[in-house]
Design a protein. Structure first.
Length: 1036
């Protein structure tokens, strides 16, 4: 039937095209052939052409969506045309509708029979257009609206055909007369209605004509008869009457007799057909019953589905399990084609298998079926062909098993192994005995071994020797606790290289195996080590340099300085760390020089560097000395800083004054002194760092210039072997006694060395040992100043200029603020505006102090260096004392803290009071800080529950958004609503709480609703905190 639909589409399209061509070229062949009827006018021809094209494009074999959409789009001109004619008729407009498109098409030639289109033609256009547009639409009950529209259009067309047969070419409507469409147009409409019905005959009410059942066969016999017999009888009777064979009265009797005879013949044919089908069914039932007895017992106990179909694929039996697997009741499938259980792709598989059954072949196969609810089911089918006693194929019986879960597992397993094999990270599976069970290609590539190599030995054999015990301990700990863990260790590659690997491992207790992934972090480790050494060396150079140094932030503050600045100015490090830029000018420079320094600093921020001479205050302003002021601009973390260093050139200035006084008296002496000044201006100090055995690790540019050696020539060698060894044995013994063997203090003295060319020179040396935490010497730092020709001050100036241009590149991070000196009224009363700025400085100081304290604590906690010393503690008393400490804060913020003490005296619990106090402080501080304005109420309670001591902190604050709750305990994390309330937080308080509690064996969690508040819970075992023998205490 679907082929008939395609053929009708092509036929109708050709008819429309032929008539349009005939109108275009004024052909009388077709137009004249139908001169006694209304011809196929251009408007009808256009509609027929579009409908035919749409019908062909929407055939079932068309799979591309854009082609089907094009076919449906062809229905829109037809609908528009029908609506136009319908509107013309409703409003009674006298328009030559039949000529409308014709004038546009052929230039205005008149039709043979002009007239007005009646409503039926417009109605048919609308019906067929809508049917094509919604061809694939289906209601919940399985009805197809397109079939309804096409049947209605077909009935109207049949009415026209019958009217033409009976010579009723016109229809009176009131005072109007409308011409019927010619019979050939009605026939085209009638054929089109069948073309639309046959596109999807297996769906909707038309489905009964295509099913392979007794009902379907009977319907296919009677369906054409219902159209052929009435139309034929009507035409024959009308023909006889027109030929004068009988009068009109006799024609009625004749027509009745013919209908009776025709119906009698149809009924008899139907009876014979039913009889034949019953006989065939009876024979099949006998055969099936015989076969059924063989497997009837099996059907009742089997857990698989069983389905029986006849030779045409119609289901005659399905067991309850089969119906359950397919989502149907068994009676719903009886009489249906098996193909409704498959999509198009699997219908092809089914048909190929049926060919094999007809040949008597057995064999299982897998297929995907469709359940009633639309879900797919994967099944294994084991079919058995059935034959009658004569060897004729009568159907098949199939047992099918649901393997959907198995297929899903196979897909998931395949996806896992694809990920396993394609991952760029190492992935391994290991057993409890310490052997690899499986390794991925990335593991082979990174380590250089073959798969056989890695599977042949315990994995511990590939671990770097120093890391083996730690690795064994980590694996044992993981198996014991049964959870995931992260750790780092080193592996030895096949080529001898040693790689640092970062592991994430998960132990499966049920299977007794470990799943692990690893990433090569060797380069990261190298970079970290190099950066650490670079920062260490630059810090050493700065602290051992004899001049003054400071790092000044453009926005205010001095985050870094060297020890000499404290010695020269007489101010403590705490005072320097908290001074403002204005204070620095007041403390370090005379009033006359302060404007000059301000101008120089502003110039440096704009131009990059500056140098000038200033009067520097010494020993808290008690004296002053001439210094060479040097400044350079740097940018760190998007902030501008000035690196400022000063050199005491008072001796040089004094020498200059002496030279000036003696210039007129001794011209030669003045000339020599001028040369000396120039020489001092061009020299700098030689700075060198060695290991504890004297091997050179670092030398600056000045060292190359002074010694004549290039850095690459001397790195790794001993200085005494290159330019030393010119002093007495006692001198060197004294030097080593001071810096290493006995005192381990800096050594200052003069020494005679020789350059690479053998030339000797006298130098002032400063050698200082660098000790580790245990007091052992790790490095020596030496500063050598060539004092052979020029004075010491000029050499210092040159050395620091070299230092600034080559060494001061490392960011300095320690920042402290302290404003006590400004608050001291002994220094003078502050104005209101000064107090305002002072308050901002105090707030900044507090934030920086909190940040430094928090970072220090975090580093100790993360490195597991914090001491945890539990002692019997009254938790309720501890909470009360913490709440009391918040009294000033609560008074300021109009806040209330309620402590719900337990009704019974609590037992003493072994906790570290310092650590627990910090936890409670952080939780209460957060609760108060993020409470709503004028609605600050915080409750804290303590109870013993489930073997734990539980502390709860409840607030009615801003709450935590749901999307942020998973990250609340992350380092430096703050939710968006918290940032809106205050931009000053750092996001470390809750992270510290989590580290302290979990390190001591407890747990912390919370519940929160945004806009309503939060509840934080801390649980500590009744048995107390775990004791940890760390190295450091908490910074409070």
């Amino acid at each position: 039937m679907k082929v008939i639909s395609e053929a009708i589409g092509i036929f109708v399209f050709l008819i429309g095209a032929i008539f349009l061509i005939s109108w275009e070229f004024h052909s009388s062949f077709l137009i004249g052939s139908f001169s006694k009827f209304l011809p196929l006018t251009p408007d009808i021809a256009i509609a027929v052409l579009f409908l035919g094209a749409a019908l062909w494009l929407l055939r079932e074999t068309t799979q591309k969506k854009w082609i089907r959409n094009l076919g449906k789009a062809f229905s829109l001109p037809v609908i528009i045309l029908g609506l136009f004619y319908f509107t013309v008729q409703i409003f009674g407009w006298s328009l030559p509708a039949d000529q409308l498109f014709f004038h546009w098409l052929v230039g205005g030639s008149a039709v043979v029979h002009p007239g007005r289109m009646f409503l039926y033609k417009a109605f048919i256009f609308i019906l067929f257009g809508v049917a094509i547009l919604f061809l694939d639409a289906e209601t919940r009950r399985g009805m197809r609206p397109a079939q309804t529209f096409s049947v209605l259009g077909g009935f109207i067309s049949m009415l026209i055909i019958i009217g033409q047969i009976h010579k009723m070419a016109y229809l009176n409507y009131g005072s109007e007369v409308f011409a019927f469409t010619s019979i050939h147009v009605a026939i085209i409409f009638f054929i089109l209605s069948f073309g639309i019905l046959f596109v999807h005959p297996e769906r909707g009410f038309f489905r009964i004509l295509v099913i392979n059942s007794f009902t379907g066969k009977l319907a296919r016999i009677f369906f054409p008869i219902t159209f052929i017999v009435p139309l034929t009888v009507g035409w024959l009777v009308e023909y006889g009457k027109n030929q004068g064979l009988y009068n009109p009265g006799f024609s009625i009797s004749l027509e009745t007799v013919i209908y009776v005879v025709a119906l009698f013949l149809v009924v008899m044919a139907g009876v014979n057909f039913v009889k034949k089908q019953e006989e065939e069914k009876f024979k099949s039932d006998i055969i099936l019953l015989k076969n059924e007895g063989k497997y009837h017992d099996l059907i009742n106990v089997m857990d698989e589905g069983l389905i029986v179909q006849d030779e045409k694929g119609v289901i005659s039996f399905i067991n309850n399990r089969g119906g359950e697997l397919l989502g149907y009741k068994p009676e719903e499938l009886i009489g249906e084609s098996v193909t409704i259980l498959f999509d198009k792709e699997n219908q092809k598989i089914y048909r190929e298998q049926m060919v094999k059954r007809r040949k008597g072949e057995h064999g299982s196969y897998e297929i995907t079926g469709l359940r009633k609810d639309g879900l797919k089911i994967n099944a294994t089918v084991s079919p058995t062909p059935l034959f009658d006693e004569k060897g004729n194929f009568i159907g098949s019986m199939a047992v099918f098993t649901d393997i959907t879960s198995r297929k899903k597992s196979e897909i998931e397993r395949e996806q896992f192994f694809n990920f396993f094999n394609l991952s760029s990270d190492m992935m391994v599976i290991a057993d409890p005995n310490g052997a690899f069970k499986m390794v991925n290609p990335a593991c082979l590539k990174i380590l250089g071994y073959s798969e056989a190599d890695l599977l042949a030995k315990p994995f511990i054999d590939f671990v770097y020797p120093d890391d083996k015990q730690a690795t064994i301990d980590e694996m044992a700990r993981q198996i014991k606790i049964g959870s995931s863990l992260n750790f780092e260790n080193r592996y030895v590659c096949k080529d001898g290289r040693v790689l640092w690997l970062s592991w994430i491992a998960t132990y499966d207790k049920n299977k007794g195996i470990t799943y692990a992934t690893a990433r090569d972090i060797t380069r990261q480790k190298q970079v970290d080590s190099e950066l650490k050494n670079e920062r260490f060396i630059s810090g050493i150079i700065m602290d051992t340099f004899p001049g003054t140094f400071a790092m000044i932030r453009q926005k205010g503050g001095t985050p870094r300085w060297n020890k000499n600045l404290e010695i020269v100015t007489g101010y403590t490090g705490e005072e320097i760390s908290t001074m403002t830029n204005e204070q620095a000018l007041e403390w370090f420079y005379t009033k006359d020089n302060a404007p000059k320094v301000i101008e120089a600093m502003q110039k440096t921020f704009s131009e990059g560097s500056v140098q000038l001479e200033v009067e520097h205050l010494i020993n808290r302003g008690r004296s002053h000395s001439t210094y060479l002021f040097n400044a350079a601009r740097i940018e760190l973390d998007k902030e501008l800083y000035l690196v400022v260093w000063g050199l005491d050139i008072s001796k040089i200035k004094k020498a200059e004054a002496d030279i000036k006084k003696e210039k007129e008296k001794v011209e030669l002496l003045a000339k020599d002194l001028e040369k000396f000044k120039l020489a001092v201006d061009s020299e700098s100090d030689h700075v060198m760092i060695t290991d504890k055995d004297g091997a050179i690790l670092y030398v600056n540019k000045a060292g190359e210039e002074i010694t004549g050696y290039m850095a690459k020539e001397i790195i790794g060698k001993n200085a005494g072997d290159l330019w030393g060894g010119n002093m007495s044995k006692e001198y060197y013994e004294k030097l080593w006694a001071v810096i290493d063997h006995m005192q381990k203090k800096p050594f200052v003295g003069e020494i005679i060395n020789h350059r690479k060319n053998g030339q000797s020179y006298t130098a002032e040396i400063r050698i200082a040992p660098v000790l580790d935490e245990s007091g052992n010497v790790q490095f020596f730092v030496g500063v050598e100043r060539d004092i052979t020709k020029l004075k010491e001050a000029e050499q210092m100036k040159t050395d620091f200029i070299s230092f600034a241009s080559h060494q001061l590149r490392t960011p300095l991070t320690a920042i402290r603020w302290n404003t006590e000196m400004l608050r001291d009224t002994k220094l003078g009363e502050l104005t209101v505006e000064q107090k305002k700025y002072l308050s901002e400085i105090e707030n900044g100081e507090k934030r920086m102090a909190d940040l430094i304290k928090s970072l220090l604590n975090i580093s100790r906690l993360e490195a597991q260096k914090i001491k945890i010393e539990p002692k019997p503690t009254d938790i309720a008393s501890l909470i009360s004392s913490v709440v009391s400490e918040f009294t000033p804060v609560t008074n300021t913020r109009n806040c209330v803290i309620l402590f719900n003490k337990p009704s019974q005296p609590s037992t003493l619990i072994d906790v570290d009071p310092v650590l627990l106090k910090q936890v409670i402080l952080n939780l209460l501080n957060n609760a108060i800080h993020y409470s709503k304005p004028r609605k600050c109420k915080v409750e804290i309670s303590f109870k013993e529950i489930g073997g734990h001591c539980q502390i709860d902190v409840v607030d009615e604050g801003i709450g935590i958004p749901s999307e942020a709750q998973s990250r609340v305990f992350s380092k430096f994390f703050r939710a968006e609503n918290a940032i809106k309330v205050s931009t000053e937080g750092i996001g470390l308080g809750l992270y510290i709480v989590k580290l302290i509690i979990e390190t001591s064996g407890g747990k912390v969690w919370f519940e929160s609703t945004e806009g309503k508040g939060s509840v934080f819970h801390v649980a500590i075992p009744i048995s107390g905190m775990k004791r940890v023998a760390g190295e450091k205490e908490l910074s409070i």
